[in-house]
Design a binder for this molecule. Structure first.
Ligand SMILES: [Fe+2]
Length: 216
């Protein structure tokens, strides 16, 4: 009798355990928590020269008739919180080198030719559901030190009240210079995956980049 009740108790315990695990897994699938986008150094070339035109289209500068040199691309960005909810009206600040790898910054030592028709800097709000689209050009690689060439990347600073400000750099998938980049390679494989945009279309060439902000 004692033996049966112990067996029963054990059985009931196992069933209860399975039920609890199922409940936990349901909860996890409903409330999947994302890792925030890893941060990265701001670097020395955050713009310091005032410019009026900081809109979504970096391929054309207001008042100039010639488009920027280089391969035009679209960046389809979505800003979300750690449970995947879109964050609208976040301030998204991006800056990058032109096609030759030169920043519009007085202290950039790269001897490459600057492109006066490239906007190079944008500050725009995220829209409904945290979505926004930039038109820009594929940034050029540039020398950072002896035997170190930075792969094409775009700098981001994303802020909104109630969230931790994110400063990071976005990379392009499959670029051969990614492999040896001294900054990107300090990150774990999982972190690198979060920092590399996804190629989603060729017409026009479009990359998707998901930015996950952490609540403050
Ligand atoms: Fe950079």
């Amino acid at each position: 009798m004692k033996k049966i009740s112990r067996r029963m108790a054990l059985k009931t315990g196992i069933v209860a355990g399975i039920a609890a695990a199922a409940k936990a897994s349901d909860a996890a699938s409903i409330l999947q928590v994302d890792h925030p986008t890893p941060s990265e150094i701001k670097g020395p070339f955050y713009p310091v020269v005032a410019q009026k035109d900081k809109d979504f289209d970096l391929t054309v500068v207001d008042g100039r008739s010639t488009a920027a040199k280089g391969e035009a691309i679209v960046l389809d960005v979505r800003v979300v919180d750690t449970v995947g909810k879109g964050v609208s009206d976040a301030t998204v600040d991006i800056w990058q080198a032109c096609a030759s790898g030169k920043y519009s910054h007085p202290h950039d030592p790269n001897p490459a030719e600057p492109d006066p028709n490239f906007q190079g800097w944008a500050i725009v709000p995220s829209g409904e559901n945290g979505s926004l689209r930039f038109k820009t050009i594929m940034p050029g690689a540039y020398p950072a030190a002896r035997e170190w060439t930075r792969p094409p990347h775009i700098h981001f600073k994303v802020s909104k009240r109630g969230y931790v400000e994110l400063v990071t750099q976005m990379y392009f998938p499959g670029h051969p210079l990614n492999t040896d980049d001294r900054l990107l390679n300090r990150k774990s494989d999982a972190e690198q995956t979060l920092m590399i945009a996804k190629h989603v279309s060729d017409t026009p060439k479009t990359f998707h980049y998901r930015i996950v902000l952490q609540k403050a």
